[in-house]
Write a protein that binds this ligand. Structure first.
Ligand SMILES: CC/C=C\C/C=C\C/C=C\C/C=C\C/C=C\C/C=C\CCCCC(=O)SCCNC(=O)CCNC(=O)[C@H](O)C(C)(C)COP(=O)(O)OP(=O)(O)OC[C@H]1O[C@@H](n2cnc3c(N)ncnc32)[C@H](O)[C@@H]1OP(=O)(O)O
Ligand code: FAD
Length: 674
């Protein structure tokens, strides 16, 4: 390593031993997740600046703050970061740009600085997303500089008290008044109250508002409008606007999720977000190429969520794996020293498949991002929207699958840390409460699965007619005439097993739908009567996509043989873990036999043993800074017990030996019993 300074960092002997023999180049893996060597270098420089900045420290651990203190503390940091990032020459020199903003947002800010939600998250995520993706060029020229500079802060307000899922049921209205060239935004009922949007309660001065567009008595459906909520400078809510915060939630409590009501609020016509649909001055409605283009911000956010949960899983697996290497418990052989808990196969089964899942999610999310960008390019060029159904179905499928897998995975990581995993200082509870809402927001998962099923049933019927199929279901064509049984258990054989199972399930449910229809049931009711099966087939199709993408990503990989080998093992583990979890489905469809399932279970055990020595190195390769982990159990040095003890000392109850509450309540009770 001539010319390079090798930094020697302290870590406990257990971790030293784990790190002593690494069979692959960790840095090469780090570069995969950063998107290249240069990006890794930039991220590390940004981290050093951000984490050494005293303005970004919390004065006391946020867990001991009040609701108001948490909000204020997060807003202070969020505004500081926004200003610093835009003005600090040191940060500009590092090479800011969109990529850097992405890492800043994801791996540094979202997880390390804003531990429990950020009041500006929706401004950067969906308000800017709506401006850039949904506004015409003239509108962007007006709104983008103001939003980027922080002159205005916005959010995305769609969900109402009465409706979140069913967008056509939204009640907020935007009625065009041609006399004044304005829209009148109104909440006609209590259930029309906007409810949930992040940053809405106290932070945002503007919002993109989804409202039913009414022109001359005709309803054209939900459309986005920009509405000013609060005055410039005083920030007082404007006339006709009632806005506030909705109160404590399971997690993300530093983000002021809010409510909002409109009492006939007038906005200029040009505040309708008009890239796709338009209303002209005379009240003429100009239709978009597809009515669903106004849902584009949601699609982008679903893509973003796939990455977001992947980062959460990286954090949880890093914590649980390092802890499993330093924690000793019980005996493998009577009388012998207590082994590291990672020696137990059941513990390996907890952490290793989740490490493999990080890769699986990452590769599939990357492919989805490319589809998103291609569709966006086509929209901007004004060319066809052929890929829109594919993007919608895949983004629904992967957002639903990954948010569920990762939430469940984090829960397993917490259980894998025993009692200490339940402590806030392990950070696993907060990682869990920050991840589980992703199963609800941006499309409740069951509802998204049903959207996927709708796409599958349509495609299945198309395939049987020999019609054109979208890329993710191109496999429907291959299997029309094939037998169900797979004969080889290689990765591509198992992918084919999933394909065959999806087709078998689709065949059965399509038959049931048909039968109900023939019995006179209306299609929508037949659909509802089959919806459990429909959700199940959508899930299996999603798992197929992820397995297929993992295998394809590795086939293209051109890095070193060491990394290639470890990724091959992880891919194999992911495949077998998935297939053995789904074996009931694969057996039922006839894709696998019980003997084949036994062989796979044996191989699973062998893979766990083979990957066990690499576990700590694999999570080290995610290169998550201790500040990003924020965990007593997962820090790089593995000094778990000192960290646990020191964190406990920070409890305000420990400031005094005997608390006031003793004198108020306990002492009288104890005295009276003397
Ligand atoms: C390039 C990107 C790279 C990186 C990404 C980087 C940044 C991303 C930006 C930021 C996010 C980053 C990280 C996120 C991290 C944390 C997130 C933090 C906060 C989260 C905030 C959450 C905010 C919200 O929750 S906003 C509210 C979201 N609400 C919903 O999602 C509602 C769900 N409901 C629906 O989507 C729809 O109502 C429905 C789909 C269920 C039904 O719609 P509708 O009733 O109108 O449809 P139908 O009439 O039934 O018709 C169905 C037909 O329409 C097609 N369809 C539906 N939707 C779409 C779509 N979006 N696109 C295309 N087509 C669509 C459907 O397929 C049917 O077609 P068919 O041909 O008739 O079958
Ligand atoms: C932390 C958090 C942040 C959020 N941020 C925002 C934001 O910034 N902006 C915003 O606009 N919204 C936001 N939301 C709202 C979120 O998008 C909605 O909660 C979500 O879309 C689900 O809608 P809902 O709450 O109306 O649930 P519902 O649709 O009422 O769901 C309740 C149950 O009914 C079932 N169900 C509903 N419809 C169907 C159907 N057709 N078929 C079968 N089952 C069905 C669901 O599966 C679920 O089990 C946020 C929510 C959370 C939790």
């Amino acid at each position: 390593m001539a010319g390079k300074q090798v930094q020697v960092r302290f870590c406990v002997p257990d971790l030293q031993k784990e790190r002593a023999n690494c069979s692959f180049n960790k840095e090469e893996i780090t570069n995969i997740f950063d998107g290249g060597e240069h990006n890794t270098e930039t991220r590390r420089k940004l981290q050093n600046i951000i984490f050494s900045d005293p303005n970004l420290q919390d004065p006391i651990p946020p867990d001991y703050m009040s609701h108001e203190q948490r909000y204020e503390n997060e807003l202070r940091k969020a505004v500081y970061v926004m200003k610093k990032f835009m003005t600090d020459p040191q940060l500009q020199d590092i090479g800011g740009g969109p990529e850097a903003i992405k890492w800043m947002y994801n791996s540094i800010l979202r997880h390390a600085i804003h531990k429990d939600g950020n009041p500006l998250m929706l401004h950067f995520g969906m308000f800017l997303g709506a401006i850039m993706g949904q506004m015409s060029e003239e509108q962007q020229a007006e709104w983008l500089p103001k939003a980027m500079s922080g002159e205005i802060i916005g959010t995305y307000t769609q969900t109402e008290l009465g409706h979140g899922t069913f967008l056509r049921g939204l009640e907020t209205t935007a009625t065009y008044d041609p006399v004044t060239d304005e829209f009148i935004i109104h909440s006609p009922t209590i259930t029309a109250t906007k409810w949930w949007p992040g940053g809405l309660g106290k932070t945002s001065s503007f919002a993109v508002v989804m409202a039913q567009l009414h022109i001359r008595g005709q309803n054209y459906g939900p459309h986005p409008f920009v509405v000013q909520l609060r005055e410039h400078v005083t920030h007082a809510s404007r006339p006709g606007i009632t806005v506030g915060e909705i109160g404590p939630r399971l997690g993300l409590n530093s983000n002021d999720n809010g409510f909002l009501r409109f009492d006939n609020v007038r906005i200029p016509r040009t505040n309708m977000v008009m890239k796709h649909s338009k209303v002209l001055k005379d009240g003429t409605y100009v239709k978009p190429k597809s009515a669903k283009l106004s849902y584009g911000v949601m699609v982008l956010t679903r893509v973003g969520i796939c990455y977001d949960v992947c980062w959460q899983l990286m954090r949880a697996t890093t914590i649980a794996t390092r802890y499993a290497a330093v924690r000793h418990q019980s005996e493998l052989e009577v009388g012998e020293a207590e082994p590291q808990i990672i020696e137990y196969q059941t513990q390996q089964y907890k952490v290793l498949p989740m490490i493999a899942s990080v890769y699986a999610i990452w590769f599939a999310a990357d492919t989805l991002r490319h589809t998103y960008m291609e569709v966006q390019k086509n929209i901007n060029k004004g060319s066809d929207l052929d890929l829109l159904p594919e993007l919608h179905a895949s983004s629904c499928a992967l957002k639903a699958l990954f948010s569920t897998d990762v939430t469940d995975g984090i829960s397993v990581m917490r259980l894998g840390c025993g009692g200490h995993g339940y402590l806030a200082s392990s950070n696993l509870p907060r990682i869990y409460t920050s991840t589980t809402p992703s199963q609800t927001y941006e499309g409740e998962n069951t509802v998204l699965w049903l959207q996927v099923a709708r796409f599958l049933i349509k495609s299945f019927r198309e395939a049987s007619k020999g019609g054109r199929l979208q890329p993710s279901v191109a496999y429907f064509k291959n299997h029309q005439t094939q037998t169900r049984r797979i004969t080889d258990l290689s990765n591509s054989g198992l992918v084919s097993g999933y394909e065959r199972s999806v087709l078998s399930m689709l065949e059965a449910v399509a038959k049931q739908l048909q039968q109900y229809s023939e019995e006179g049931m209306r299609y929508e009711h037949a659909w509802n009567a089959c919806s459990v099966r429909l959700v199940n087939v959508a899930k299996v199709h999603a798992r197929y996509i992820v397995c297929d993408q993992f295998v394809k990503a590795l086939a293209k990989y051109e890095g070193s043989s060491g990394v290639r080998q470890i990724m091959d093992q992880l891919c194999r583990l992911y495949m077998i873990y998935s297939v053995t979890n789904d074996q009931g489905i694969l057996l039922k469809s006839g894709a696998l036999t019980p003997d084949q399932c036994n062989l796979l279970e044996e191989e699973l055990g062998e893979l766990l043993a083979a990957l066990r020595p690499e576990a700590v190195n694999l999570v080290d390769a995610f290169d998550l800074h201790d500040e990003v982990l924020d965990s007593t159990l997962g820090a790089w040095d593995g000094d778990v017990y000192n960290r646990l003890y020191n964190e406990a000392m920070k409890s305000p109850l420990n400031k005094v030996d005997v608390p006031d509450a003793y004198y108020k309540y306990l002492q009288p009770l104890m005295k009276s019993n003397l």
